[in-house]
Design a protein around this ligand. Structure first.
Ligand code: NDP
Length: 247
């Protein structure tokens, strides 16, 4: 098992990609703290982790609220005594054309996706520095690399996450803390299930591997980045998109 004796915190882990990462980590031997704004979903993920024989800690945490984030980090430290891995996964979309985008739609997405990632990263930095160990994995998106019609807020938030990842990597590297971003393409979750059929078809036609990604495809890369196999990798963006974006 690649994550034996590790303690991981995963945000937005009640469903979708976050839930899959949580289960994949538990299968590799990690204990996992589950945060989500939806407490019921978070509890369901935690139950499944415990069924795998691992410990979990569930908390209803909105990542936009720094004091809530800090309090909940302290609860994890009380229970598990350390936090080895942080996965900043919580994210939302509020899609519309730039011209029609309201200030609220812009602010909401930047606040959850970008400020949320900053809040959680800042809150775990002190314990990770003390431990001289940490693995920070930020879930970005290929949209943060290539932009997309109707997603100015989302694209800017995800590009911001990539820049934040590189800065985090540079600031914390001397204490054996790595920070990397995973940029998924088109993954089958509730977030993409709400897209109109014509957009879904168009996206699919742009994928060389000819299928949507599964949450497991993203989780596999997160397990790798959290494991000792990735000890010498930091500040990188790993694209998981079936070949949609090729540098
Ligand atoms: P989902 O919408 O399926 O899941 C996101 C989870 O995050 C939900 O449980 C949601 O709760 C929770 N959440 C939302 N806001 C907050 C908040 N403020 N604090 C804590 N939790 C919150 O999304 P996916 O699983 O598809 O996406 C996960 C990540 O992957 C996101 O960052 C997304 O941007 C990224 N991504 C997804 C892609 C895809 O194709 N699906 C592609 C590229 C990147 P609730 O449901 O109650 O709002």
């Amino acid at each position: 098992m690649r994550l034996q004796n590790r303690v991981a915190l995963i945000t937005g882990a009640g469903r979708g990609i976050g839930r899959e990462i949580a289960l994949a980590f538990a299968k590799e031997g990690a204990d996992v703290a589950i945060w989500d704004v939806n407490f019921q979903d978070a509890q369901n993920t935690a139950k499944d982790i415990e069924a795998l024989g691992r410990n979990s800690l569930v908390d209803k945490v909105d990542v936009t609220d720094f004091s809530a984030v800090e309090n909940s980090v302290n609860k994890i430290l009380d229970k598990f005594k350390k936090i080895d891995i942080l996965v900043n996964n919580a994210g939302i979309t509020r899609d519309t054309l730039l011209m029609r985008m309201s200030e609220e739609e812009w602010d909401a997405v930047i606040k959850v996706n970008l400020k949320g990632t900053f809040n959680c990263t800042k809150a775990v930095t002190r314990p990770m520095l003390k431990q001289k160990y940490g693995r920070i994995i930020n879930i970005a998106s290929i949209i943060g690399i290539m932009g997309n019609v109707g997603q100015a807020n989302y694209a800017a938030s995800k590009a911001g996450i990539i820049a934040l990842t590189k800065t985090t990597a540079k600031e914390l590297a001397s204490r054996n803390i790595t920070a990397n971003a995973v940029a998924p393409g088109y993954i089958d979750t509730e977030m993409t299930q709400k897209l109109p059929e014509d957009i879904r078809e168009k996206m699919l036609s742009m994928i060389p591997l000819g299928r949507m990604g599964k949450p497991q495809d993203v989780a596999n890369v997160c397990v790798f980045l959290a494991s000792t196999d990735a000890d010498y990798i930091t500040g990188q963006v790993i694209v998981v998109d079936g070949g949609m974006v090729m540098a």
